[in-house]
Design a protein. Structure first.
Length: 562
């Protein structure tokens, strides 16, 4: 529009100028030179106007075209902007699609991998199924074969049952025969004597032959049927009544152990018991050095403790019933010529049947407390319940006395106080020799455990006490030679003695219980129907015997030195 306005203005200017010049020319003469110049000028002006007009027209068209081009450029720019925006959106969408495609590709790869694994597993399972089918077929064949074997075994079982029944009948007959033989065998060791024989043996109970006396009665030394014996005559007011008398006869006549006193016989008419004679008296006598007897060495004391533990295990482990001594004290522990322990005085012992308790240690019997107060189990005194652990308490007091030779009352407190202060050596009996302190301290602690007020805290004799005493006995046995203080008696060491024959072994063999016996003696024991240890009364794991060459050499060397 602006160009059109300019064009009209220019056109109007030249048009009016042309009119003025044209009017002027009409007034002038044609022959006038000025007229020619003017006409020429007008012609030039006309051309200029025409050119100007054409230029204006061209310019107007150019401006129109420029305007149109500008408009189109703006439109194109808008379109470009929109196109760029759409392109950006498309690119973003394309990127998302690309990511989604990559995710799908990954998932596809994972699925393919899982599929491959599944195929492998399928192949493996197919092989396993095939193998299982083969195994099933084989097992079916084996089952068929087993059924056939089972039928054969049933037939054999029926035949074996018949043979077993016949064998049981034979065994029962053998048992009856063995019982009769055992009774005959026992009668060889136990006899009944008349009153006259007893009077003759004791020279009518000559006071000079009396070797002991207590609440139960008096003990005399005598000779009966050319055998030196000890005769215990019960008083009418004795602590042992007829029932206790018969009980001691029953117990000692039916049991044999190297550390049990041997009951030779009895005279029921005179309430008299006849034992083997033990020349070294009781442990009480030796601890107090009665009649100026030499003191026991520490080695002998350890051996006595071990032997006492052994015989208690034997009594408590008896097959039919546990036997609780009930009056364990040094006065009832006798010593033979070799100072071997012999437990005696079973008048107030108690038999605890196994059905009365689940084990030897838990078996219990209620009874009126009897015995020696300072050695009695405190729980037995308060409850009247007698158990094997009651003997363990008494054993602990005896062990403390072996260590210290002090009186039993208050001995546990003295030893405990000495241990707490670290001066146990002051309490140890100096007459026993130079105690090995480590062993002495170990024995003191063991004894105090045995003397616990509560029986459930006391140790088990077999699994705890014996495991301590057995190696101690073995370690000191070789050097003791039954030493009495510092004096040496040239008698065989205790481990040279067969527990069954009670004599020096010629052919020592070790049995399944760990003890060494004369081979002939142990074979006789086993051949007579026994399957238990002569020492512990526990069942032997096997019947094999192993020669003890080292002990045999030691015995031969000792015999050569005599």
């Amino acid at each position: 529009m602006q160009c059109l306005k300019e064009f009209l203005c220019i056109f109007s200017f030249y048009f009016f100028e042309y009119l003025e010049i044209d009017g002027f020319l009409q007034d002038c003469s044609t022959e006038d030179p000025l007229y020619d110049q003017l006409e020429k000028a007008m012609s030039d002006a006309e051309n200029s106007r025409r050119e100007a007009f054409e230029e204006a027209v061209r310019r107007a068209k150019a401006e129109k075209y420029a305007f149109e081009a500008t408009r189109k450029a703006k439109a194109s720019e808008n379109l470009y902007t929109e196109e760029s925006k759409r392109r950006k959106e498309v690119e973003e969408e394309l990127a998302k699609e690309k990511e989604e495609l990559e995710r799908i590709n990954r998932e596809c790869d994972e699925v393919m991998e899982e599929l491959r694994i599944a195929e492998d597993q399928k192949s493996l399972l197919e092989r396993q199924i095939k193998e299982s089918d083969q195994m099933v077929r084989e097992l079916e064949q084996k089952i068929i074969s087993a059924v056939g074997l089972l039928q054969n075994y049933k037939k054999e079982r029926d035949e074996l049952q018949k043979e077993r029944d016949n064998a049981l009948k034979e065994v029962e007959e053998l048992r009856r025969s063995q019982t009769e033989a055992s009774g005959t065998h026992m009668s060889q060791f136990f006899s009944e004597f008349s009153v006259s024989e007893i009077e003759e043996a004791t020279q009518h109970f000559d006071p000079s032959l009396k070797i002991g006396e207590g609440g139960y009665g008096s003990i005399y030394k005598g000779v009966l049927r050319q055998t030196q014996v000890a005769v215990k005559m019960l008083h009418s007011n004795s602590l042992q009544g007829p029932a206790e008398f018969q009980q001691e006869v029953d117990v000692l006549s039916k049991m044999r152990h190297p550390n049990l006193i041997t009951l030779i016989g009895a005279c029921p008419e005179a309430c008299t018991l006849i034992y083997e004679y033990l020349p070294n008296g009781s442990l009480e006598d030796r601890l107090s050095c009665r009649d100026n007897s030499p003191p026991l060495s520490w080695q002998t004391r350890i051996r006595i403790a071990a032997e006492l533990c052994s015989v208690l295990i034997f009594l408590h482990s008896s097959k039919q019933h546990s036997i609780v001594h009930g009056d364990l004290k040094p006065a009832n522990i006798l010593l033979d010529e070799n100072f071997v322990t012999k437990l005696s005085d079973f008048g107030i012992c108690r038999l605890l049947h196994h059905e009365e308790g689940s084990s030897n240690n838990t078996a219990m019997r209620r009874t009126d407390p009897k015995g020696t107060f300072s050695y009695m189990d405190p729980e037995f005194l308060s409850t009247g319940e007698l158990t094997p652990k009651s003997d363990v308490y008494s054993f602990g007091i005896i062990l403390l006395r072996l260590l210290t030779a002090r009186q039993p009352l208050g001995i546990t407190k003295e030893v405990q106080c000495a241990l707490d202060k670290g001066n146990l050596k002051i309490l140890l009996d100096p007459l026993a020799g130079d105690w090995p302190f480590v062993q002495a301290e170990q024995l003191a602690h063991l004894a105090l455990r045995c003397c616990e007020m509560s029986r459930k805290n006391r140790p088990d004799l077999l699994s705890e006490v014996w495991r301590v005493l057995e190696p101690m006995k073995a370690s000191c046995g070789g050097s003791s030679f039954f030493q009495l203080g510092s004096d040496k008696h040239f008698q065989p060491p205790p481990y040279f003695i067969c527990p069954i024959f009670q004599e020096v072994m010629q052919d020592p063999h070790v049995a399944a219980d760990g003890y060494t016996y004369e081979a002939e003696a142990l074979k006789g024991w086993l051949d007579s129907g026994h399957d238990t240890s002569p020492m512990t009364n526990l069942k032997l794991a096997h019947r094999d015997l192993i020669p003890n060459h080292a002990l045999r050499s030691a015995i031969q060397e000792w015999l050569q030195q005599q």
